[in-house]
Design a protein around this ligand. Structure first.
Ligand SMILES: *Cc1c(COP(=O)(O)O)cnc(C)c1O
Length: 227
């Protein structure tokens, strides 16, 4: 068994344990394997081990990998990096889900691309819940306007919220960011309107699951360190 296959099994096991420990159905948590800066070979290995959801951060890299891996039936690409409007055209053809929608202007461009391609692209609105000096994600006050823009937009489907806490926090310090995202969902229509919460990475996905994550984005714990 390759390391990737073993790592995947271990991560899936941790997800099951974290979900059970807080009385959640493990099936309610989708594992997104973050494959940025890893090879298409690594992705094929994970796919062969049953993984279907993959996350990428760079628009051209995502586009090129999707083309190269077009033979992998049922693969679901998540775009999880900061998306500039002029790069929306790269990810719109193959992404099932863009997790980093953080402005009305990006919504408009994504919609234009989705309509052009006759596709439906699911969207999560990325929120900078900590409101510290982070570059990306919208502020809390902007959330409702962006949610409405996604709901109105042709070719887009609103699926929930996403957040990235500051990178240097310890797992237990990220908890307040995750619970803040869950509370924000309650303020904006709850599960009926926003079924998904994407939060948690290799070092803190257990905490995120305890706080209600339905998507966890795990790179290093599956694929090893990025080069
Ligand atoms: C890279 C990345 C991840 C995965 O991080 P790991 O620590 O390798 O698990 C998750 N989410 C986002 C937004 C990322 O950029």
């Amino acid at each position: 068994m390759t390391n990737i296959t073993k790592n995947l099994q271990a991560v899936r096991q941790s997800i099951r344990e974290a979900a059970s420990s807080c009385d959640r159905d493990p099936e309610s948590v989708t594992l997104v394997a973050v494959s940025k800066r890893h090879s298409t070979e690594a992705i094929r290995t994970a796919y062969a081990a049953g993984q279907r959801d993959f996350g990428e951060n760079y628009a051209q890299e995502q586009r090129d990998k999707a083309v190269e891996l077009a033979d992998l039936d049922g693969i679901r690409w998540h775009f999880i990096g900061h998306l500039q409007r002029n790069k929306a055209k790269h990810v719109a053809p193959s992404c099932a889900l863009v997790e980093t929608v953080d402005s009305v202007r990006l919504v408009e461009e994504l919609s234009r691309q989705a309509v052009r391609l006759d596709r439906v692209v699911s969207c999560l609105v990325q929120v900078n819940v900590g409101e510290e000096e982070q570059k990306f994600g919208c502020d809390r006050e902007e959330v409702e306007e962006i949610l409405r823009a996604v709901e109105k937009a042709e070719g887009l489907e609103l699926e929930g919220l996403m957040t990235i806490p500051p990178w240097d926090l310890e797992p237990q310090e990220t908890r307040v960011h995750f619970s803040a995202l869950a509370q924000l969902r309650e303020r904006h229509g709850g599960r009926a309107r926003l079924p998904h919460l994407s939060m948690g990475m290799s070092h803190d996905f257990q905490v995120a699951i305890e706080e209600g994550a339905t998507m966890v984005r795990v790179g290093t714990a599956i694929f090893g360190p990025r080069t």
